[in-house]
Structures are given as C-alpha cells and as structure tokens.
Design a protein around this ligand. Structure first.
Ligand SMILES: Nc1ncnc2c1ncn2[C@@H]1O[C@H](COP(=O)(O)OP(=O)(O)OP(=O)(O)O)[C@@H](O)[C@H]1O
Ligand SMILES: [Mg+2]
Length: 283
C-alpha cells in the first residue's frame, strides 16, 4: 500500500502533512530508525494535542483569551501573585475546589478567571464559561421546556465552570434556588470559579434570600481560595492614559471606589451570615 494511502487510512493527518519536511530533516540529521519513528509520531501527537486544545477552547466559550502572563500584577498590588501562580498550577481543579474572585469593576476579575480557564483547557480539562445571567436564562428556559434535569446534568460535566458577574443583576428567589441546585450537583465533584463585584455580605440581596445565600456560600467556600482585589479599574487607567479622564491624585479616592467599594466590607465576609469564616486556602 502507498504510504500516503496508509497515513490517510490511519488518519495520521498531521504526519501526512508534515511528511516531506520530516523526511528532509531525517536525511539532514542522519536520524536512526527509532529517532525517526519517534519524531514522526511526535509530529502527529503534537498536532492532535493542539487540535484538542482548540476544540476545548471553542467549547469553553470564553469571551476572549487572556493569560496570566498578560496580567500586570504591579498595577494591582492587592493581588498575591504567588496565590495566582499556585492557582494556575490547577491543583484546585484536581481537588474539585473553587475560586472566588471579588472586586470592583475593571480590576481584572474576568481576566484572571479566563486566564485560569485557558490553563485548564491546555491541561486537558473541559471548561465552560457563563455569565450568571446566561446561566440563569439557560436554566429558566430549560425549566419552562420541562428539561431542567438534563440541563443541570449537562452543567455538571465541565470539570471547571466559570460563572462570571455574580451581583450585577439581582436574582429572584426561584432563580437562586436553581443556582443552589446546580451548586449542590457540582459540590466536591467539579470546580467553580465565580467572580463578583459584591462582597459576601451583599450576597443575601443578590440571591433575594439570606438563608439560601448562606447555604450557597457554605458550599461554595468550603474548599475555596478567595482573591479579594482592591484597587483601581484597569479600564479607567487606560482611559486616563488616553487623556479622557483627569489624572488620579493621591488625595482623591480611586475612581472605582467612588462608585462602589465592595472590598471595604469583605474582610469578614460571613460574619453577618452566621457562619464561621472559611475563606482563603482552606484545603
Ligand atoms: N492588572 C491587569 N493587567 C492587564 N490587564 C488588565 C488588568 N486588569 C484588567 N485588565 C484588562 O482590563 C480589562 C477589564 O478587566 P476585566 O474585564 O477582567 O475586569 P472585571 O474585574 O471583570 O470588571 P467587571 O466587574 O466590570 O466585569 C480587560 O481587558 C482586562 O484584560
Ligand atoms: Mg468582568
């Protein structure tokens, strides 16, 4: 059988595509048989690996791609970069732990969540990114169409689920109980990264019910690392640089805190929810 037919039948697409240059390399470097075979198979494996990453990236539905290396830690000194590097090692995904990223608008919550999502995709995990709003509309639609059970089941498959923007829109009590059901399904089985512009104290309001909010936080924070970002909006920094806003002076409060400062009330997140604090690295 012809080599190209054989490669096509065995679906060794990447090897077929790279065959000529591979043979040239082998001749130029005077490769022995084993080295040649392993280089050939490595070509195929590398191609498949990349294809897997691309497919998982598409399935993850990240809003855009940003990496940990693209994050300017000097701009956001309240973030412990060692903690982020440790999270990027993905031990929390292996342990089905969670990550909670809190902070005012524009401080990089989505950026860091996406960056951890990209790491997880590269490591071979299935990832799904949803805003809380899109999650809720997905679940309420499923319930209306009598397929809630299946929708919940589907949302337990991704090894890492990123739920962005908790707190921007209040939920009804029914929405909150749907959210709770999802959390129960994933608890200690698969990881969540959630981002919120509100401190935990305000979660009772977001979920429209303090008892439910406490039960949600209880599961969410049981095995969780919390990144509490306190600082300026990166978006405003970019605007300022472009001359669209006045310069921030040291005496003036940072622009992001003029609007709302959840971080100021996040020091003892659960104190008002009658639960012992269990945030930070709690494995
Ligand atoms: N420290 C940083 N270094 C580099 N880029 C940053 C940093 N912080 C934020 N950015 C960039 O600024 C933009 C806004 O950040 P991001 O969307 O992550 O903010 P956010 O905290 O999620 O805000 P919001 O609460 O409004 O959703 C993004 O393009 C992000 O990549
Ligand atoms: Mg965001």
């Amino acid at each position: 059988m012809e080599l190209t037919t054989l490669l096509a039948r065995m679906k060794l697409d990447y090897l077929e595509a790279g065959l000529d240059s591979l043979c040239e390399q082998a001749a130029a470097r005077d490769m022995d048989y084993k080295t040649f075979l392993s280089t050939a198979l490595a070509t195929e494996w590398q191609g498949r690996h990349q294809r897997g990453i691309q497919a998982r990236l598409r399935q993850a539905r990240l809003p855009w791609i940003k990496t940990v290396d693209q994050f300017d830690f000097d701009f956001q000194p309240s973030i412990d970069r060692r903690q982020v590097r440790e999270l990027a090692g993905l031990g929390f995904v292996e342990r089905a732990g969670n990550v909670v990223i809190l902070g005012p608008p524009g401080v990089g919550k989505t950026h860091l969540a996406v960056a951890l999502g990209v790491k997880a995709v590269e490591a071979g995990y299935s990832v799904l990114f949803l805003t809380l709003e899109s999650l809720m509309s997905r679940l309420t639609r499923a319930r209306a169409e009598n397929r809630l059970e299946r929708a919940l089941q589907q949302l337990t498959y991704p090894k890492l689920l990123i739920l962005d923007e908790i707190g921007y829109l209040p939920l009804t009590r029914e929405d909150a109980s749907l959210f709770f059901r999802l959390l129960v399904r994933r608890y200690e089985r698969a990881s969540l990264i959630v981002t919120s512009n509100k401190g935990f104290i305000d979660w009772g309001e977001i979920f429209g019910d303090h008892v439910l909010a406490t039960a949600i936080l209880d599961r969410l924070l049981h095995h969780a690392s919390t990144l509490n970002i306190k600082g300026d909006s990166f978006r405003l920094k970019e605007k300022r640089r472009a001359g669209l806003l006045g310069r921030a002076t040291p005496s003036a409060p940072p622009a992001s805190q003029e609007l709302h400062d959840p971080s100021a009330r996040q020091l003892d997140p659960l104190s008002q929810l009658d639960r012992p604090a269990d945030t930070g690295h709690s494995h």
